[in-house]
Design a protein around this ligand. Structure first.
Ligand code: SF4
Ligand code: SF4
Length: 440
């Protein structure tokens, strides 16, 4: 029996200036380029029809159906999205843990909003976290464990991190031999010296987010040491060593930009393409946000940021660098903040269980304290606000073409504070379209 198809609510067909069309589905993450005129004509002919007759011999229909740009005419897309959410977010098989190992940092970034406190995680707390991991593996049947170190600057606690990783690995090897464990960190990269890197990688600490704000003449202004000294060259030296190794690792090389930093990015990405061009390094960028620091330089507005984002994507394409903002963040579930995930637990230096890693001292972010035996008496009502309040309560999210990317959970902290995410649907759509158009 013949079946009819319709264009998915989450399908984008993006026309480029050269006449080609890029098809993208936020429901599957598929990106398909139509560049030959015969294909473009056939595609446009299909898109002009309100309903499409399914024909498996038609290569365009077949691929667009398989990649969810076309769906069955009677498909309930609300249910498809719900299913994706359950599979991708709720039933995740990885136990994800973030440890705020210190509240101190060796940098004083001009936009950082974290108070710098002389507090660090003690060995007793690391031990409790290992007991927590054991309990969770026994209770919930996770098949992977992932630990992310965060701070402050985690590498000021390098010795304790190594001690913890060795102990955790030994517990897993002995008691849960089939469980895969990996770890990583969000670091300023200054202390990621060759020796530290080699040791960390040997313990499967393999993913790093490292921030470099353009060339030295911008970075050293925004990200100096505590005493004001420059940091750019040391971080670049550390990265240069990493790419000479054969180690399995991934770096998200992050830039936080304002107008000044953006001005140096053409030069910076050219530099990266010449000196650090390596498949293990992907580029990520974000506009500098207001974190409550009075030193923060002038912030960019939403539209200004959008234009610069698109320009940056163009630079990355020019230099053949991998752009995480487009590749990773166009995948389903990729923009869901970890604070809303039931498998994600943040422990601060004092052993408090948190959800958000940016609002460390807020009471609505404190779900309970870990005991020596790894148990936590969780404040269930708070926990459910972080994890279970969902997009179905937001008319805006229900209409959003990016819904399968974030399910209204881009920032549960903002959602809890203001009731609804501060998203302009046209801007969200325009950003996705312009970035994909520029990159493919
Ligand atoms: S409106 Fe914003 S929060 Fe809601 S689904 Fe769209 S991008 Fe996500
Ligand atoms: S809840 Fe918001 S502020 Fe907190 S980690 Fe998530 S995105 Fe960031």
């Amino acid at each position: 029996m013949s079946k009819k198809l319709k264009r998915s609510r989450y399908a984008f067909f993006i026309n480029k200036d050269d006449g080609s069309v890029i098809a993208y589905s936020s429901l599957s993450g598929a990106i398909i380029a139509f560049r030959e005129i015969t294909y473009i004509d056939r595609l446009n002919q299909l898109l002009s029809q309100p309903e499409i007759e399914f024909d498996e011999k038609n290569d365009i229909i077949s691929v667009l159906y398989n990649k969810k740009l076309f769906v069955d005419v009677d498909a309930d897309e609300d249910l498809l999205v719900r299913c994706l959410y359950e599979e991708g977010v709720i039933r995740n098989s990885t136990l994800d843990i973030m440890l705020i190992v210190t509240r101190q940092c060796n940098f004083r970034c001009v936009y950082c909003g974290q108070p710098h406190l002389d507090r660090k995680m003690e060995k007793e707390t690391y031990d409790s976290v290992i007991a927590f991991v054991r309990n969770q593996l026994l209770l919930r049947g996770y098949s992977n464990v992932r630990v992310t170190f965060f701070g402050g600057e985690p590498l000021v606690e390098y010795n304790n991190i190594i001690w913890f990783l060795e102990k955790l690995k030994s517990m897993l090897d002995t008691d849960f031999p089939g469980i895969h464990m990996e770890s990583g960190m969000s670091t300023n990269g200054y202390l990621l010296t060759p020796n530290h890197f080699d040791k960390l990688v040997s313990l499967n600490c393999s993913f790093y987010q490292i921030s470099v704000d353009g060339m030295s003449y911008t970075h050293d202004k925004t990200r100096p040491l505590v005493g004001g000294q420059p940091t750019w060259q040391t971080i670049i030296n550390n990265l240069s060593y990493m790419v000479t190794t054969t180690a399995l690792f991934k770096v998200a090389l992050r830039t936080n930009f304002n107008f000044d930093v953006a001005d140096s990015l053409q030069e910076f990405y050219k530099y990266v393409s010449e000196k650090l061009n390596d498949k293990r390094i992907g580029i990520y960028f974000e506009t500098i946000k207001d974190q409550g620091n009075s030193e923060t330089p002038q912030l960019l507005g939403e539209i200004e940021s959008l234009f610069i984002n698109v320009e940056i994507v163009g630079m990355l394409k020019e230099y053949a660098l991998s752009c995480n903002n487009v590749t990773s963040r166009s995948l389903p579930c990729s923009r869901v903040c970890y604070a809303s995930k039931p498998n994600y637990f943040v422990f601060d230096d004092q052993g408090y269980l948190l959800k958000c890693s940016f609002d460390l001292d807020n009471e609505t972010n404190n779900l309970g304290r870990i005991e020596d035996d790894g148990t936590v008496e969780i404040n269930e009502s708070l926990y459910s606000k972080w994890v279970y309040s969902d997009y179905l309560s937001s008319n805006k999210c229900k209409k959003c073409s990016a819904l399968p990317l974030c399910f209204g959970k881009r920032c549960p902290k903002a959602r809890m504070a203001y009731g609804e995410m501060d998203c302009d649907l046209d801007v969200v759509k325009c950003e996705i379209e312009e970035m994909i158009k520029k990159y493919y």
